[in-house]
Design a binder for this molecule. Sequence first.
Ligand SMILES: [Zn+2]
Length: 318
Amino acid sequence: MGLSRNRGQTTLKERVRLSGVGVHSGAEVSVVLNPADPNSGISFLRASDSGDIEIPARSSAVGATALCTVLGDPKGVHVATVEHLLAALAGLGVDNCLIEIDGAEVPVMDGSSRAFVEAIDQAGLVVQSAPKRVLRIDKPVRIEQGEAFAEFLPHDGCRFEISIDYDCEIIGRQAYTFDLSADGFRRDIAGARTYGYLSEVEALWAAGFARGSSLDNAVVIGDGIVVNPEGLRYPDEFVRHKVLDTIGDLSLAGAPIQGLFRSYKGGHRLNAAALAALLAESGAWTLRTAADERETRPAGRVEPAAGLAAAAYAPEVR
Ligand SMILES: [Zn+2]
């Protein structure tokens, strides 16, 4: 079962609200997920002093980033820390959604996508008349950054092959292959929390960042142990969270990717650079509608990601 196999686009059946604190600001923020028209995609509607401003969840809207993924103008109207919410929408196959937000940062919730998945499930999904679109990988595209690499390959389906290798016993080498489906996302990926080292979190606190960060919204590693009293949710929670982040980051392509994405020692920065390289290479991909397999021209729909910068939620910075 699952709407993800359906040939029509999907949106929420009704609006749903959730609230929490931003991990960097510590400020209380509320988010309302709204149904949206076919072909409108995912976008944020940010309430600001100068009125509501719409910011599309597209790679072209990524601003300069330092501590997290920021969409919009980092010095003006923007929305930060969007990755775990975008992962939930992409993971459950939601094509169209208007996200109203009354602050500058998506709430961190428990550091995973779980609360967003629960909100979307609570609202329910409806299938729309417009056919689902996919961005099909036609040719391999690969980038390298030192030891790290990322590549897109043609594949009949949407697969993520993610591996990480930390010089730290608690994490070490972990690899995970995930074939995207809504049920699989709920079960295997959505609950994996963000993570970081205690020393780094303390440094961020000292610098005035990560003010909303606590053991309630991150796995914290200190002195060779997981500090959280409840321990890990999965033995390989770290690499599963990398899969979650990757699903969110790559959703900025503007359509679900049909292909295989493989990365080694990756993160937001590598994902963003890989997506930019893919979109910039005409002939490497085609935007297609799933309904009739008729090719549609990508012009104006998925534009190269000019200015796409490093995107990282600080505790995940290597
Ligand atoms: Zn993350």
